[in-house]
Design a binder for this molecule. Structure first.
Ligand SMILES: *[C@@H]1O[C@H](CO)[C@@H](O)[C@H](O)[C@H]1NC(C)=O
Ligand SMILES: *[C@@H]1O[C@H](CO)[C@@H](O)[C@H](O)[C@H]1NC(C)=O
Ligand SMILES: *[C@@H]1O[C@H](CO)[C@@H](O)[C@H](O)[C@H]1NC(C)=O
Ligand SMILES: *[C@@H]1O[C@H](CO)[C@@H](O)[C@H](O)[C@H]1NC(C)=O
Ligand SMILES: *[C@@H]1O[C@H](CO)[C@@H](O)[C@H](O)[C@H]1NC(C)=O
Ligand SMILES: *[C@@H]1O[C@H](CO)[C@@H](O)[C@H](O)[C@H]1NC(C)=O
Ligand SMILES: *[C@@H]1O[C@H](CO)[C@@H](O)[C@H](O)[C@H]1NC(C)=O
Ligand SMILES: *[C@@H]1O[C@H](CO)[C@@H](O)[C@H](O)[C@H]1NC(C)=O
Ligand SMILES: *[C@@H]1O[C@H](CO)[C@@H](O)[C@H](O)[C@H]1NC(C)=O
Length: 656
């Protein structure tokens, strides 16, 4: 049985085609990022026992009695003299780091079987930011082995032998299909990719570099050389005494190997040093002069870091981190400030070297995340604040890590293989942080952000400039108080200009920082666990708040807990440079896994009339010849052309 998805697209309005994408076919169980599993004793059993669906609900911290509930932000109308204003940011700021071993679970088994919910989740980000950056890698990249072919045409597979690497992640086998899969995705949604060159030893296995460059072309952003090398010694990948200078030497060796390889035409797209900032501090690495020595070969300076860990529970390593006691540490701006502090100098070094500085892999807690924290609304507020603080500290991007079924922190999780018939996808709270960040920085590539927090660490705030003008204000309330006694009011005044007659506010809300259900962004939700097809559901709800132009103030209430994005201009008014891409899903599949065509959703999507742009009635599934161009681009993909209007549309149909 095959679920066939017909997918239409309107990227840049140029190519209007439908591509057959197969989805949700049960296939051999691919590996989870972590080999061992420890169930939380308090979790309620569900259809599955995996951590990605854990129901632990922690107790929110009690808000302080005497917290100031009102504050004023004096903001400059123009970006000309704003202290500590960031570099220009892109809407692609938050992307994903997908563990190599779970690629087929999340993206599809090969280039002709792409998962539709994945495309839709990426499409939502593209609508807002113009694209998505994804890194495929992680611990599993270092031991990856190229093979010509895998059973059933899969792009990757878990190594079957007893050869296991010391971090308990099974070695990944991959074929060229991995890059064809990525290329097919890029032809449908504007995803661009980072891959990593295996670095477990210096007998360089360069096939990832060769095939990714050949197959992905401009959609390849860079190639990582070494993943958390500061842990190589303790993970047993290197001999005693291995330090920053050894890694520095190996990096030179890698550069030489690439220079000597005629199948790697682009020599200068490396990424490093990707320290975990565990055993080695960034400053220890900079003592080697890494940046200056390799600047010409580097496209980005990278680090990887998680603020907490669950390694004791997962692997018996370190000491127990108690989620309930740790929860409050995530619910304050102090967390974001602490996380960027070790990198302030590095961020300046990168800027001087004119290279982007990227947090290449991060999430709430390594070794799988923390039950009750990593997938809570609180974690979403944390990730959003952390992302904005990184942007304000001149990071150019950050990638949230995505693991398998057995981790708590995933931004998105495909249903377990044997549940695809009756369950849909699950979106983790932190996905909303990527969606909102994409919206905050938008598509102009000329957004700047500054941390304007002045009312205490439980209520951080930011001002966002776009094309030189104040355009948005972001207000957080980390406090949790259903009584309303800790709702706050942020007052905005504009210096060197005037507040607009009204502001358009989008709220990110849930009942409590502890919940994992019913999260809404401007009234819309992706759905609770096992209910996500990658479309936002519900009516868009933008709150219009009149300002007092005489007093030059706008007062914006923010309930406890929630986040408010205050648009100084009407966000539903689309300017010519900023045409949104509509990308909708409709699924016709068996049993519960059914979504039906909803013209209302199409009509209201992104504040724009889908009725005008998409000619639903004329949707045609007829196979049309003359698709050779796309066919060549997407090997193995059946390409069907359909004459559709501007709006893209994903259709899933059941065939046998
Ligand atoms: C700019 O940032 C630095 C470092 O965080 C801080 O010490 C300083 O107070 C900030 N300046 C202003 C005007 O906010
Ligand atoms: C590195 O990984 C490859 C592939 O998994 C393996 O064959 C090789 O023995 C590993 N090298 C070391 C030093 O562990
Ligand atoms: C993808 O997998 C399917 C099913 O296993 C297989 O029939 C098809 O040939 C594969 N496609 C490619 C391009 O390998
Ligand atoms: C970020 O870069 C800008 C220059 O574009 C600089 O003025 C600012 O101080 C930098 N911020 C930090 C935190 O280094
Ligand atoms: C799915 O597979 C897992 C692991 O093999 C098993 O524990 C679970 O009961 C299965 N679930 C269903 C609904 O078949
Ligand atoms: C923004 O930057 C991306 C990546 O560099 C580029 O593809 C896109 O065209 C830019 N958008 C605008 C509006 O300049
Ligand atoms: C202000 O914004 C414009 C347009 O994005 C940009 O070119 C300029 O560099 C910014 N100026 C400052 C001081 O950040
Ligand atoms: C979520 O929202 C639905 C519909 O509004 C409601 O029936 C349900 O009780 C809510 N669930 C939780 C856990 O808040
Ligand atoms: C829209 O959102 C606001 C803020 O959460 C809420 O007060 C209002 O009731 C919502 N309106 C609708 C129609 O849901």
């Amino acid at each position: 049985m095959l679920l066939t998805a017909l997918l239409g697209l309107s990227i840049l309005g140029a190519v209007r085609a439908q591509v057959t994408v197969y989805g949700q076919i049960p296939y051999g169980q691919t590996s989870a990022a972590f080999a061992t599993s420890t169930r939380d004793p308090n979790a309620t059993p569900t259809a599955t026992t995996n951590n990605a669906y854990d129901e632990t609900r922690l107790i929110p911290p009690t808000p302080p009695e005497d917290y100031s509930l009102a504050f004023t932000l004096n903001l400059q109308a123009a970006n000309t003299s704003v202290p500590n204003l960031s570099i220009l940011q892109h809407g692609t700021f938050y992307g994903f780091s997908i563990e190599m071993s779970v690629v087929t679970q999340l993206m599809g088994k090969n280039s002709s079987h792409i998962k539709v919910p994945f495309l839709n989740l990426m499409g939502l980000l593209q609508q807002r930011s113009g694209g998505v950056h994804i890194r495929v890698g992680g611990n599993t990249q270092d031991f990856a082995v190229y093979v010509d072919e895998l059973e059933n045409g899969e792009a990757t597979a878990k190594e079957k032998s007893d050869l296991k690497n010391p971090t308990l992640t099974p070695a990944v086998l991959y074929t060229k299909e991995l890059f064809h899969l990525a290329a097919s995705i890029s032809s449908l949604v504007n995803v661009r990719w980072y891959f990593g060159i295996p670095f477990n030893d210096t007998n360089w296995r360069l096939q990832i570099a060769e095939h990714s460059q050949a197959i992905l072309g401009d959609n390849l952003l860079g190639l990582q050389g070494g993943n958390e090398p500061d842990y190589y010694l303790s993970h047993g990948h290197r001999q005693e005494g291995y330090g920053p200078f050894d890694y520095f030497g190996e990096f030179a060796d890698l550069i030489n190997a690439i220079d000597a390889n005629p199948n790697i035409p682009v020599k200068n797209m490396l990424i490093g040093p990707s320290l975990a900032s565990g055993p080695w501090s960034p400053e220890m690495m900079w003592e080697t002069d890494f940046i200056n020595a390799y600047k010409d070969n580097l496209v980005a300076i990278t680090m990887e870091h998680y603020p907490s860990n669950n390694c004791f529970v997962q692997f018996g390593v370190g000491s127990f981190v108690d989620p309930q006691r740790t929860f409050p540490q995530f619910l304050t701006h102090q967390s974001a400030l602490n996380l960027v502090e070790p990198y302030r100098h590095t961020s300046n070094l990168a800027r001087e070297a004119e290279r982007p500085f990227i947090m290449f892999e991060t999430n709430s807690a390594t070794c799988g995340g923390l039950p009750g924290i990593s997938d809570s609304f609180g974690a979403a507020l944390w990730a959003l604040d952390y992302g904005l603080t990184m942007a304000a500290t001149n990071f150019s991007g950050a990638l949230l890590h995505v693991g398998g079924q057995n981790v708590y922190y995933n931004p998105f999780t495909a249903p377990p293989t044997n549940q695809t018939a009756f369950n849909q996808w699950t979106v983790g709270a932190v996905y909303y942080a990527t969606l909102i960040t994409a919206e905050i920085f938008g598509r102009s590539n000329q957004s700047q952000i500054v941390d304007t927090t002045n009312n205490g660490l439980l209520t951080p705030s930011y001002a966002i400039y776009d094309r030189g003008q104040l355009s948005k204000v972001a207000l957080f309330n980390f406090m949790d108080d259903p009584s309303g006694a800790h709702d706050i009011t942020g007052t905005i005044t504009v210096e060197g200009g005037q507040v607009p007659p009204e502001v358009h506010v989008k709220y990110f809300e849930a009942e409590s920082v502890a919940v994992k259900t019913n999260l809404t962004w401007a009234g819309q939700t992706l759905g609770n666990k096992f209910k996500v097809d990658g479309r936002l559901k519900g009516d868009l709800n933008i709150t219009i708040i009149p300002c007092d132009q005489n007093a030059n103030v706008c007062r914006v209430p923010v309930r406890a807990p929630s986040f408010a994005l205050v648009h100084l201009n009407d966000p539903t008014k689309v300017d010519e440079d900023d045409l949104p891409i509509t990308f909708q899903t409709t699924a016709f599949t068996k049993t519960i896994n059914t979504a039906t065509v909803d013209p209302e959703v199409l009509a209201t999507s992104n504040g724009q009339s889908g009725k005008e742009r998409s000619k639903l009635g004329s949707t045609s599934f007829g196979s049309v010849s003359g698709a050779q161009g796309l066919h060549a681009l997407l090997p193995g993909v059946t390409v069907l052309l359909a004459m559709m209007g501007g709006a893209g549309m994903v259709m899933m149909a059941l065939t046998r």
